[in-house]
Design a protein around this ligand. Sequence first.
Ligand SMILES: Cc1cc2nc3c(=O)[nH]c(=O)nc-3n(C[C@H](O)[C@H](O)[C@H](O)COP(=O)(O)OP(=O)(O)OC[C@H]3O[C@@H](n4cnc5c(N)ncnc54)[C@H](O)[C@@H]3O)c2cc1C
Length: 273
Amino acid sequence: MPESDSPRVESCDLCIVGAGIAGLNALFAASRYLSRDQKMILIDRRSRPGGMWVDVYSYVRLHQPHPMFAAGNIEWTLGQDRPHLATKREVLDHFRHCVDVLAERVRVDEYFGWEFESQDEVNGVVRATCRGADGRMLVVEAKQLIKAYGLAITPNEPLAISSERVHSVSPDYCDLRSGDIRESRAPVWIIGGGKTAMDTAHALITAYPGRQVNLVAGRGLSSPAETASYRAVPGDGGRAQCRALWPHNWVAGSTARTNLRFRTGTAQPMART
Ligand SMILES: Cc1cc2nc3c(=O)[nH]c(=O)nc-3n(C[C@H](O)[C@H](O)[C@H](O)COP(=O)(O)OP(=O)(O)OC[C@H]3O[C@@H](n4cnc5c(N)ncnc54)[C@H](O)[C@@H]3O)c2cc1C
């Protein structure tokens, strides 16, 4: 290999892969034990801290009082009351704030846009091999490596349906508050009763007051175990499955004021026209 192609090598005391909430909690814990002259390296394939929050649909909100979503005991700077459900921008700002606070305590070198590919261990030192978006290679030699790289949840494609009259979209690829959906007054059917469905229902009833919004919520919203997943059977007879992560009741609280309807059962009849 020509010398110019040799990977860059960086050394550190601790390398953390993943700058989501797990990675920042690892960073926080380490900051309590490492001294100022020790070095940490934080690696993430994304361009900024925040983990899945960086790419998730734009109208996502935190589903717990924001101080509960924390990296260690680093306080939020929002100036909002405790029950406030932080928006995506607020959550991402908080992630940035946490890294900045931690960087004041310990040395943290940030490597965003780098993909961790593999590791090996030689004489008690871990060598983590990473690739940049432009193909450059980086080897991080670390005394310790923490892999906090999440669950790699794959966003759902829109459900395949047989009707051309029904416009099937996925919130991961389309902002439901704009475009064709904004132009139309047609009823909306949300398939799912979990976190994304709740955020979507809330976004729709807020953006389109009075519009009919229906929620197909598997076997029901009352039991967390049952609402944690649903089965939707698309028009072609195939089976699509989607997991909903967070059962909630806060949208239910607003149904009295809106046109949101709850349905239970599978999505099969709803996908046909
Ligand atoms: C739509 C949605 C809404 C949610 N809402 C909430 C909520 O309101 N409240 C709540 O508590 N939880 C919520 N969650 C759960 C959420 O996943 C966790 O709260 C938390 O954000 C997960 O943090 P994490 O650090 O484990 O993983 P992630 O946030 O996924 O972070 C892992 C990071 O590792 C990086 N990474 C992965 N592999 C590599 C690699 N090979 N090289 C370099 N970097 C890599 C990724 O780019 C990512 O930035 C939600 C999840 C989803 C999908």
